[in-house]
Design a binder for this molecule. Structure first.
Ligand SMILES: [Zn+2]
Length: 323
């Protein structure tokens, strides 16, 4: 950080060189740390006994008589303290409430199951006043927009839709056989951040259930905090659906692990053609690791989806370049 104060090219380069270990040294350091923890590299083919990874997708280790992937080993090395994460999260949200502004936070509201559960918890459990914002990128399922409308009305909350068009971006990613999800989510987050800046609301809540490393909070630029609400609740899929059953929410029939996005299924199919694996592999592996999904649920969610003809027609109608 100190180095960044002087932004001449030379100094920046120097700071990079100083911080950089050669890949060999980095590897040796990591191996030593893992061995000190008690994990030995396992060089034959193995499947992780905890999640879905195997020797082809991650380095494998032997630990306490078990074959585990590096991600699972790291989750044991740096355990997440659920009580600490929840306390931090709820303390932050309580402080937002005490400011007594018109809105306590922005809620990233896609109409998908997790953001709807997040709204339910913000209102019923935390008694907060969120402003719901949907970034409509042009590929939201019609049913999920309908869900947004019905749920916002049900809770009597304000709801804003930001209309954007990600067609160009989706075309580019899908034609390359890459996953658009992470960047799409970053782009949505950027829109929410921009809106938060303009309206002086300094917390953005989302319905994500996996923390940032070991915390549910992340500082964005200009002192805006991103809060992953579901980290504080540890709800299983079943418990989420029990909440949704009480609400005017209808589950759309979409391909992939989504209840709002039309692109995901088609992007998964194209990715499968190229890589013979799902790009949701990492995420569902993490869900198993943290007890949010069983291995069976995860496996069935990873099957290559079949995209119905009507969906292809709909995607073309919205501008996606499909032959
Ligand atoms: Zn694993």
């Amino acid at each position: 950080m100190i180095y960044m104060e002087n932004k001449t090219k030379n100094n920046v380069e120097k700071s990079i060189n100083l911080n950089k270990l050669s890949p060999e040294l980095k590897f040796a350091k990591k191996t030593k740390e893992l061995e000190e923890f008690g994990a030995k590299p396992y060089n034959k083919y193995a499947e992780c006994e905890l999640c879905l990874h195997n020797s082809e997708t991650r380095p494998m280790y032997e630990y306490n008589g078990k074959k585990l992937c590096i991600e699972c080993i790291n989750s044991l090395r740096f355990p997440r303290n659920f009580e600490k994460m929840s306390k931090e999260l709820f303390d932050h949200l309580k402080a937002q409430k005490q400011k007594n502004n018109k809105y306590d936070c922005i809620l990233g509201f896609s109409g998908g199951k997790d953001s709807v559960v997040a709204l339910y918890l913000l209102i019923n459990d935390l008694k907060m006043k969120p402003l719901c914002i949907t970034v409509d990128n042009g590929y939201m399922a019609e049913e999920s927009m309908e869900n947004c409308k019905n749920i916002a009305k049900y809770f009597k909350v304000d709801w804003i839709v930001l209309n954007r068009d990600y067609t160009k971006f989706f075309n580019k990613m899908i034609s390359r056989g890459e996953s658009p999800c992470r960047i799409c989510s970053d782009m949505n987050m950027h829109e929410l951040w921009h809106f938060a800046r303009q309206t002086n609301i300094d917390t953005i809540v989302t319905g994500h259930e996996l923390p940032f490393g070991t915390t549910a909070l992340r500082n964005m630029k200009k002192d805006i905090t991103l809060a992953r609400l579901l980290v504080g609740y540890k709800l299983s899929e079943k418990e989420r659906y029990e909440i949704l059953d009480k609400l005017p929410w209808k589950k759309p029939d979409l391909a992939g692990y989504t209840t709002n996005c039309l692109i995901l299924g088609y992007a998964l199919q194209e990715f499968y053609k190229k890589h013979h694996i799902s790009f949701e592999y990492d995420r569902v592996s993490a869900m198993i690791r943290y007890g949010l999904m069983t291995k069976e649920e995860a496996r069935s969610s990873l099957v290559c989806p079949k995209i119905p003809e009507e969906m292809i027609t709909e995607l073309k109608k919205r501008g996606l370049d499909i032959k």
